[in-house]
Design a protein around this ligand. Sequence first.
Ligand code: UDP
Length: 329
Amino acid sequence: MHILVTGGAGYIGSHTVKELVKTGHQVTVLDNLSKGWRATVNKARLLKGELTDQRLLCELLQAEKIEAVMHFAASSLVGESMQCPADYYANNVTGSLVLLEAMRKVGVPYFVFSSTAAVYGEPIEIPISEDHPTIPTNPYGATKLALEEALPWYYQAYGLRYISLRYFNAAGADPEGELGEDHNPETHLIPLVLKTALGRAPEIKIFGNDYPTPDGTCVRDYIHVTDLAQAHILALEALAGGVDFSIYNLGNGNGYSVLEVVQATEKVVGKPLPKTFTQRRAGDPAILVASAERIKRELQWKPCYSDLQTIIETAWRWQQKNPLGYPKC
Ligand code: UDP
């Protein structure tokens, strides 16, 4: 298939492009490079452009005979979304609706959507299944949910078939060492811990140690980015095989606390790391752990790299090789 991957120069997008190309698909990446890196896209065609450019999108979908869209391009930081909700609504809702409109006009039948555990809000039940109530507590989750809620109507009226994938904590790096995680600014736990190990950050700040968890620090479900990428391929195959729509969680069902992540990293890098406890970060629920039973059962998804040690080892390998991240051009 020829697939358009929006945001394909970003962290999860680039790992998915790699797996799609390996599987034999043709890929075109659309990315405005506001967060993504040109260097990640070396096996697909990269088009620099905006999601809100409907003319560009229509021409692209039509000229390239695109059969499916995987939509990663989005703003994705909880804290930033609390400060700048307008940007989140513009990028994540308006941008996505322009894309869907172009798909509708041209008649592209399949849509795989990057959603998030942030659609659930404060969990009332752990592990969180797809049937858990969705009451987001920040604009990031709210904007992702807004698009999820549009999709059934697009299916009903226009026949758009879709799968929404709700990611828990994407982590790790391509096991072959070609791709990694490079955000600017970096806010995610594992790359920040590894930057401390490399001496590029003075210490790890642990946000809160008074949560109702066994060691007082937040518990998250870390899922390897290559396992996430594989789930996108299964979603695409399911749509092409006749599935009309679905929503799946992507996590590994095991929670690790921030302290456990730091300790596991100390083992991988072979030395203790400087750390301090600071205030809680606004908007952080105490525990987020997925039930991913549905996608395992229905699409036979089998995460292969998602034990914590493999996640950290693959991330560490890439960070050591690329201490300054991707080339900044
Ligand atoms: N965290 C932390 N220190 C940091 C960055 C993150 O203690 O410098 C915590 C954060 O509060 C959360 C967990 O690590 O409980 C994972 O955060 P991250 O930003 O990686 O992902 P999120 O859960 O926000 O998607």
